[in-house]
Design a protein around this ligand. Structure first.
Ligand SMILES: Nc1nc2c(c(=O)[nH]1)N[C@H]1C(S)=C(S)[C@@H](COP(=O)(O)O)O[C@H]1N2
Ligand SMILES: [Mo]
Length: 320
């Protein structure tokens, strides 16, 4: 696989506290380079052309990086998406069995304007944004991936959460006929896959909803057509293929926390000082692609230190 070279005017990681003020518009030429440099391996012919166009044409970059991007090949073939099976290659192998379009998200619970929003309404009203983010799995591997999407908080505000909305719940899709992992009688997951955030975490500008990666509509194995990205938390918090968002008052029960509360806390902030009961979290295997895997130190909050103020009054070893 050729190394994916993205046009870049900022050659260092954008200082995080400033990233919102330093948005770089990728001009038409840049956007063209972006899409041609990222060959359509999954060509995502299943995705509607309006979505592919939207992802390709209206991207501006708000976060860049000097880290090596993970090859698109690896980011779309080494996945965790138990709806397709528990093997790392199951999601890519069975991706074509899942046909997400058309798609809508129901937003309900503690809010003044509940409702259903179609994917089309969700992306057409707004210029999409590209963010290059580190994704750190609790299993201690990580990738650096260019995503396209919109700030989560921007969407949530449209539904007017009320004062009882202390948490936000995200539910992934259930379609036993298309997602073979959901037919597995021995699956330990009680579908749907559910994740949650505290409302201030959800409203933090770093919380993101992606509809694309590498300049294309998301492929099914990465959570088509829309998935969450909470880059300072372990990857399992970033629920894929979201169909429902609910504002609630109490901390919700979430899939991995239910399965093993000692191993997977509700917060699950990336924390090199808090070991998983069965392995250290001090380092990670950075998967760059082309067989390049490097052992590197893990950073607090996965390097996104600007979220620290969300937890200033909390002992993060207790609230892991
Ligand atoms: N619905 C759903 N979302 C999910 C998962 C899953 O199994 N089901 N796996 C999570 C885990 S453990 C990780 S590490 C990331 C992986 O995202 P990627 O395959 O796009 O790298 O998705 C997360 N979101
Ligand atoms: Mo993960």
């Amino acid at each position: 696989m050729a190394k994916l070279l993205l046009p870049d005017t900022e050659n260092d990681v954008t200082p995080k506290a400033l990233f919102l003020n330093r948005r770089t518009i990728i001009k038409t030429a840049g956007a063209a380079m972006l899409s041609s440099a990222a060959p359509a391996l999954f060509a995502n012919s299943a995705a509607p052309s309006w979505l592919n166009k939207k992802v390709q044409n209206t991207v501006y970059r708000s976060m860049s990086t000097d880290e090596t991007l993970t090859e698109q090949y690896d980011a779309t073939r080494y996945n965790n998406f138990y709806e397709f099976g528990t093997g790392k290659d199951d999601p890519a192998k069975y991706a074509s069995e899942f046909n997400p379009y058309p798609w809508e998200i129901a937003v309900e619970g503690e809010c003044d304007a509940p409702g259903v929003i179609s994917l089309e309404d969700l992306v057409t009203s707004k210029a999409l944004e590209e963010r290059i983010l580190r994704l750190r799995c609790v299993e201690a591997w990580s990738m650096v991936i260019p995503w396209t999407g919109l700030e989560l908080g921007t969407l949530l505000k449209r539904f007017k959460p009320n004062s009882r909305a202390k948490y936000v719940v995200f539910e992934s899709v259930v379609r036993k006929e298309e997602l073979r992992g959901q037919k597995d009688r021995f699956s330990f997951i009680d579908w749907p896959y559910v994740e949650g955030l505290r409302i201030d975490e959800a409203m933090h500008p770093l919380s993101f909803l992606a509809v694309g990666m590498y300049g294309e509509a998301l492929p099914p194995q990465n959570g088509a057509p829309i998935r969450l990205l909470v880059p300072w938390k372990y990857g399992f918090k970033s629920a894929k293929s979201i169909v429902k968002i609910r504002f609630v008052e109490k901390e919700p029960k979430t899939t991995w926390n239910i399965s093993n509360p000692k191993e997977y806390g509700f917060y699950s902030n990336v924390n090199p000082n808090k070991s998983h009961p069965r392995w250290s979290q001090a380092t990670e295997r950075r998967i760059a692609g082309n067989g390049n895997i490097e052992r590197i130190p893990t950073s607090m909050f996965n390097g996104y230190g600007e979220v620290a103020s969300l937890y200033s009054d909390m002992d993060l070893k207790l609230f892991y």
